[in-house]
Design a protein around this ligand. Sequence first.
Ligand code: UT7
Length: 333
Amino acid sequence: MSSIKTKILGLGIYLPQKILHNKDIEKIVETTDAWIFERTGIRERRVSSTDGGEYPTDMAMKATEEALKEAKIDRNEIDMIIFASVTPDMPIPNSSTILQTKLGITNKCGCFDVAAACSGFVYSLDLADSMIKSKKARNVLVVGSEMLSTIIDWEDRGSCILFGDGCGAAILGQTPEGEDSDILASYLSADGTGKEYFNSPVGGATEPLTINNIARKEHLMHMKGKDMFKVATRTLAQNSKVVLEKAKLGVNEIDWLIPHQANIRIINTTVDLLDFDPKKVVINIEKYGNTSSATIPIAMYEAIKDGRIKRGHNLVFSTFGAGLTSASMIVKY
Ligand code: UT7
């Protein structure tokens, strides 16, 4: 086994300027602030500007600049970029290479995107951890950046209320001698039989975009909310138990649970199923809604900045999303 440990050297986030409150959505579809808040826990979300400066790689660039300052490394010491997103800037080239250029990284580091929906950030952290521990990379930039507002059907009240735009970026590297930060366990999973629960069925090779399928809005995201809800409540807790067992840790040895921010009722059920202390759960869904691959780094960042999460704390990440993908991880921060 590798003696190398992996540390999150720096974190950064970017949230678009524009705030869309539930009251604003009341003007778009038949809904109410009260219904949305009671059924989801969301009050407002951020929406990226379409005038430029807040596209997924722009947000990623800003979040990474912040992460670089904390990591105290030169940008050319990043030797791999992994970009998790379901809303890349464009289909070709991948967003990680666009980000590499925007960051002014000139070392020709490897760049690839991960399409694992809301689980993308945790999938990417696991990849980064493997690369660092196998000495294939020294410093890996992992980004979760989403501009979901571009694929939301703004006439579907069952889904448009849930999502928001935003980005989180983490730089991972080797833990210095004498420190104990590490990724202690992870579990990546998927169940492809659930693909009908959440998809954008056109715009790929099997059905390229046409005027007709765009008119039918088939290029936008379609979600069976109730089905997703049921899977989520099972998966988040089950997968968390898998990583706890892998790391040989009890629930009471976990300092903070950072669940995917999809619905407050999903989070509460997960906490009940794990018999976890609700005071040790990081929740910010009220302010940002579901930002897909960006929910976990944004929540983690905020809890570090306000002093809740400290170095040495044991954190559990647990997420699920379209695919249906899911991923859990234990990090000694
Ligand atoms: O990253 C993962 C992505 N997705 C998810 O995690 C989604 C998980 N699912 C959910 O969060 C919930 O299923 C929703 C929030 C999407 C829906 O909540 P629900 O409690 O499951 O509502 P429902 O779909 O069962 O609808 C209940 C009622 C329906 O009316 P009737 O048929 O009972 O008269 C809906 O038409 O609520 C109605 N409804 C709304 N009413 C006001 C659905 N959406 C709205 C709305 N405002 N926005």
